[in-house]
Design a protein around this ligand. Structure first.
Ligand SMILES: O=C(CO)[C@@H](O)[C@H](O)COP(=O)(O)O
Length: 230
């Protein structure tokens, strides 16, 4: 996968009004991905939504869906999200002892496969596995809740993967999730993030669509001038 030609912004509907999800997705038309947090109250201490809501959302929007599964047993539960039509399905490294098999099943079911790691998880044991996924999701807050403070220490993992991708040794999209807003997006962009998830920064704005555009413009100031278009 080549680097996208511009920063990608993925609004997280965790911060949207769950009683008006179709309207909330229309408010962010023009976003690169729609980030959907699936939480099972076991892998994380929160419960959100599951496959039936994702299936309905897929009918309500054309924005490519980025499903972030914060769940136990992703080998069992991840492929149906791909079969339903999600563009990218991300599972947690900490939730499985066979990430390659989960990624293979997601891809076989028709979606891009993403690997997520919590802030405290070391990247080193997963570097080889990154050859078998399309996206690395670096969590910059503890998974479970929106509106938390950005953890800048995770950017060393972003820099490591950025350098490997730029050197042609890996081909993976680098995504960051948690605490991304006008105060933090620039340091993340400078470290080499391709895709920025933003929940409260987008949905607490008066105009979520303009908030997406503003975040993209801020990150673009740190974009390399000549990147190969995806
Ligand atoms: O996965 C998660 C939280 O677990 C995120 O996707 C949050 O939804 C991001 O929200 P903000 O930190 O941007 O408010």
């Amino acid at each position: 996968m080549c680097r996208p030609s511009a920063p990608m912004i993925a609004p997280s509907i965790l911060s949207a009004d769950f009683a008006n999800l179709a309207a909330e997705t229309r408010a962010v038309e023009g976003s690169d991905w729609l980030h959907v947090d699936v939480m099972d109250a076991h892998f994380v201490p929160n419960l959100t939504l599951g496959l039936p809501v994702v299936e309905s959302l897929l009918k309500a929007t054309d924005i490519p869906m980025d499903c972030h599964l914060m769940i136990e047993d992703p080998r069992r539960w991840a492929p149906p999200y791909a079969e339903a039509g999600a563009y990218n399905v991300t599972f947690h490294a900490e939730a499985t002892d066979d990430p390659r098999a989960v990624a293979r099943d997601i891809r076989a079911a028709g979606a891009k496969a993403g690997l997520a790691i919590k802030p405290g998880t070391d990247l080193t044991p997963y570097l080889e596995i990154l050859r078998d996924v399309d996206t690395l999701l670096v969590m910059s807050v503890e998974p479970g809740f929106g509106g938390q403070r950005f953890i800048p220490e995770v950017l060393s993992k972003v820099r490591t993967v950025r350098n490997l991708v730029d050197a042609g040794e890996l081909s993976v999209l680098v995504e960051i999730d948690g605490g991304i807003n006008a105060d933090t997006i620039e340091e993340a962009a400078e470290a080499g993030v391709d895709c920025f998830v933003a929940g409260s920064a987008v949905y607490s704005a008066d105009d979520p669509g303009r908030a997406v555009a503003a975040l993209r413009a801020q990150a673009a100031a740190f974009w390399p001038t000549a990147v190969e278009a995806e």
